[in-house]
Design a protein around this ligand. Sequence first.
Ligand code: UD1
Length: 436
Amino acid sequence: MTLGQREGPRSYDARVHWFRIEGGERLVGAVNIPGAKNSVLKLMAAALLAPGTSTVTNVPDIDDVGIMSELLRRLGCTVTHDRTGAALVIDVPERPDHRADYDLVRRMRASICVLGPLLARCGAADVALPGGDNIGSRGLDLHIAGLRRLGAQVSNEHGYLIAVAERLRGAEIWLDFPSVGATETLVMSAVLAEGRSVIDNVAREPEIVDICTMLVSMGARIHGIGSSTLTVEGVRELSPVRHATVPDRIVAGTYAVAAVMAGGSLEIRGARAEHVSLPLEKLATAGAVIGDAPDGFTVTMDGRPRAIDVVTLPYPGFPTDLQPQFIALNSIAEGAALVTENLFEARFRFVQELARLGADVRTDGHHALVRGRARLSGAPVEATDIRAGAGLVLAGLVADGVTEVYGVDHIDRGYAGLVPTLEGVGGRITREGLSP
Ligand code: UD1
């Protein structure tokens, strides 16, 4: 179908894509889980720490990887896909440029992850301030305070974060909050610092473990990986490596929720069940049967799920990136659930869109009360961020009639091949509209 044959919402022009979903089909079959978005971008940044050619494999086919590749090219790297298309070959020069411009940083907030590597490698980094986004304000105070502890001078000038230190010095750092981004910035800085750093109350997400593992193969000396205290003995230089990206636990969790909402049975291949143990336990409480599979796990569901309370917390707590999907699940569940969001203050914005499908969700501060409805009814809705988009797609898969999800550029940032994957297991979903 072309856009000329139908009318989208007024705010959209002919360049837009949307997903058209006819709800009501059970999902049966297998889905393959790609490498994690939230890891691969940082692994690409970590490559900056060593001159020469690093290769990152199990790279997901998502828009953010393209933006990060472009950023690395602007810094003087050569970035190419290998023949398989799932590996990125990053050739890092002896002297990378140290300025990350606003036009790229504004497109992808995760660009801030080049700050640590550039400072450690070049003695200076100018990175445009990313600003807030649709899920909240997203401060950088912990990154900045930590870099100052490591001896950097950090200032904010003309919209840029400017950090300078001829060579960083090891230090003891306590993070007020186990921020994923700050942990990454500080570890990637400390690995080339002079002396020992002890970074306490760090994030423990599998993506942090992944990046530390890559750094260790590059020659970094890091102890306590996966715990809340990282001890880093700085080294003079690191070497390029080949590293495989950890599977995307959020994508795996999203398909698991899809199976529970739509009913049916999905084998989630290439995923690590231990990285989603709490979400899977919640799905079991909702009525699903979770099983082992040779390379992942299975989720089987019959009937209507029971409502389940969720509280988001840093890993190993319940991931905020699965919160919208669980709100979608609760919106069709039997009973009522309280969902508490502790990480991003604006992450409930999307419930207004879910309400267009008939969901009954009331929010008060960082709590959402979701009363399950026996049915949702299809309507046009707009994704405001990646995970909100995923939640709306899941709701569309079970709503009566047709749901059109707009704003799919957000979803494309994080979900490689979402449409063919869901189609392949029985979902009636198509991508519509003209290519930009
Ligand atoms: C990363 C993930 C994101 C995920 C989040 C939490 C990427 C690209 N994104 O985001 O998908 O939802 O982890 O698991 O990996 N904060 C401060 N000051 C700081 C740093 C953070 O106040 O210096 C606040 C943030 O505003 C936010 C909270 O801490 O409210 C969590 O942020 P953080 O853990 O750093 O998440 P990100 O790295 O931004």
